[in-house]
Design a protein around this ligand. Sequence first.
Ligand SMILES: O=C(CO)[C@H](O)[C@H](O)COP(=O)(O)O
Length: 227
Amino acid sequence: MQDPIVIAKKAAGEKAAELIRPGMVVGLGTGSTAYWAIQKIGAMVKQGLEIRAIATSEASARLAEELHIPLTTFAETQQLDMDIDGADEISEQLDVIKGGGGALLREKIVAFHSRQLIIIADQHKYVPVLGGYPLPIEVIPFGWEVTYNRLQQLGCKPLLRKKQEEIFITDNGNYIIDCAFGTIKDPAETNAALHHIPGVVETGLFVQMAHTVVLGYEDGSTQVLQR
Ligand SMILES: O=C(CO)[C@H](O)[C@H](O)COP(=O)(O)O
């Protein structure tokens, strides 16, 4: 029997992919939920759908290539029609924490230049207030120790992300510090405060960027929320 969380993620990913129309330039998100959207897009392309896509990570680019989804770049196209990406937490205001998979910088660039950001997630990611999930922050390796200290002074418990004892390196050659805030009462204010710290490249706070959220449930149903 399939894992209920996988059923929920797959339902959300596939539902969002169905919103794609011919000719669109589409952002391909990163993570285990975006995986299902990309699989569905691959199947739609195989059936004749003509689109171009920009991937938010090297991993998603590789998956797209395997599925023969035509990829483009910002050198060729400056605007995307739709971006479909996962989330680590979604608030009732549809603010989002992303970056659990470490792709937050490219994810935010792609989302910022998309006419529509569709966030896909299983039901458990939908929470009354953000902050239970430690906020991923991409930082420049130079001086990360002092960046870390400043993050701590902002009231979070920071942790340098590691992968099997080694420092985790993003697709952009940077580090990630996961900042446990507990509660983020004002996401816009927190995001602005974080951006004041030199060395912070980007945060995983996507404030009022999502236009639509597709939640997947463990019975395979979905719920669509609009901002
Ligand atoms: O932001 C992300 C990667 O940087 C992911 O979208 C987020 O971590 C959710 O991942 P998953 O769908 O595997 O739960």
